[in-house]
Design a protein around this ligand. Structure first.
Ligand SMILES: Nc1ncnc2c1ncn2[C@@H]1O[C@H](COP(=O)(O)OP(=O)(O)O)[C@@H](O)[C@H]1O
Ligand SMILES: [Mg+2]
Length: 348
């Protein structure tokens, strides 16, 4: 059975702002699906439709087999909102986490037990007496996720669940999603974070900036579709000039390099040769190559430093404290590389 079946679903907000266009999608029960799309592509809108918060402007939407959205069906679907504040309203975190279970008819004692289990699972026991409104963004997100877990739904709609989380919490979130998946839950995660999609989902769809589905398939394949990801604005090419040349690469996964002329078109072998001669006329080949390389190393140093930190967090989360510390040290030391790159550039 399918949790959701969408045929030709479109949605326009008041004032005619298009948010989704002719979306066809079937999500079988038990599947974990990632909805990829850049800001404004329509991911949140899609999740609102799946939760019955909005009704489609056109098309047909079936939930658990038919078109009606009964309260009991709604209760089977838990949503983590992109903005956690939107779903937190109790005086304390404990109250917040007991609210759902109490609504579902559990007694005080059982509801409290469930809330405590969830706080332990999410590592937020220390927040029990705090006001949800005074928490950091990441803490708030965990509490919001806790409110979803507290009612034990069959379907999870997670809207940008990792945004605002520190690296360790991101890894924990991915692990939690994997566990939910193994427990047979249906999980739909909206994100523009490409790094986690293979871990959390077997299948992904890409929504383009035109609000249509650009691709639908196994996550491992989607992640390699550079053209689609570029078109959907999920990866970017950054271009920078080197002596009349532009050096372009897409910015996720492998760095594939291509040379283009400054006008944007691919340059021919002959033009490249002329360009090279121009270069060589001015400087030795070693200098010319190093100039390009050093600029490249400099530009990516800060970003690599962030990656070291991210992996330090991941290693730490797996209990590899020593390795985590070494990776943090590499990140700290990368400031020194900046200096050395500048020094090398000045010696060219
Ligand atoms: N309440 C609203 N009123 C009008 N337009 C909206 C509203 N919410 C979202 N939109 C527009 O709908 C489109 C899709 O938005 P959204 O679903 O939030 O995208 P995403 O979650 O992928 O960032 C965007 O162009 C956005 O500006
Ligand atoms: Mg959104």
């Amino acid at each position: 059975m399918n949790a959701f079946e969408l045929e030709g679903i479109s949605y326009e907000y008041q004032g005619g702002q298009k948010a989704l266009d002719a979306v066809d999608l079937k999500v079988p029960l038990g599947e974990s699906l990632t909805v990829l799309g850049t800001n404004g592509s329509g991911k949140s809108t899609l999740l609102y439709l799946l939760q019955g918060l909005l009704a489609p402007s056109a098309g047909s939407l079936r939930v658990f087999g038919d078109k009606t959205f009964t309260p009991s069906k709604r209760a089977r679907i838990g949503m983590l909102f992109q903005n956690s504040q939107a779903q937190l309203f109790s005086l304390t975190v404990l109250d917040e986490l007991m609210f759902g279970p109490l609504q579902h008819g559990l007694g005080q004692k059982e509801a409290r037990g469930r809330a405590e289990d969830i706080m332990e699972l999410l590592g937020i026991t220390a927040l029990a007496g705090r006001s949800p409104w005074q928490l950091s963004g990441g803490e708030m997100k965990k509490v919001a996720l806790g409110t979803c877990l507290s009612t034990n739904p069959d379907v999870y709609l997670l809207d940008e669940p990792t945004s605002g989380l520190d690296p360790r919490s991101q890894v924990e979130l991915v692990e939690l999603v994997v566990r939910l998946k193994e427990a047979g839950k249906t999980i739909i995660t909206a994100t523009h974070d490409l790094h986690m999609i293979e871990d959390i989902s077997e299948r992904s769809i890409v929504i383009g900036e035109d609000h249509r589905v650009l691709a639908d398939g196994p996550s491992a394949g989607i992640i390699k579709m550079n053209d689609v990801l570029l078109e959907a604005n999920l990866i970017h090419e950054h271009a920078h000039r080197h002596e009349g040349f532009r050096h372009v690469h897409s910015h996720f996964g492998v760095h594939e390099h291509a040379w283009e002329d400054a006008g944007g078109g691919k340059i021919t072998e002959a033009e490249l040769k002329t360009g090279k001669e121009f270069f060589l006329h001015q400087m030795s080949e070693l200098t010319a190559k190093l100039k390009v390389l050093i600029e490249h190393w400099q530009e990516h140093n800060a970003e690599h430093a962030r990656t070291y930190l991210e992996w330090a967090g991941k290693a730490g989360a797996e209990g590899r404290a020593e390795l985590a510390e070494t990776l943090s040290e590499i990140a700290r030391e990368s400031g020194r590389l900046d200096e050395l790159f500048r020094k090398a550039a000045s010696q060219l």
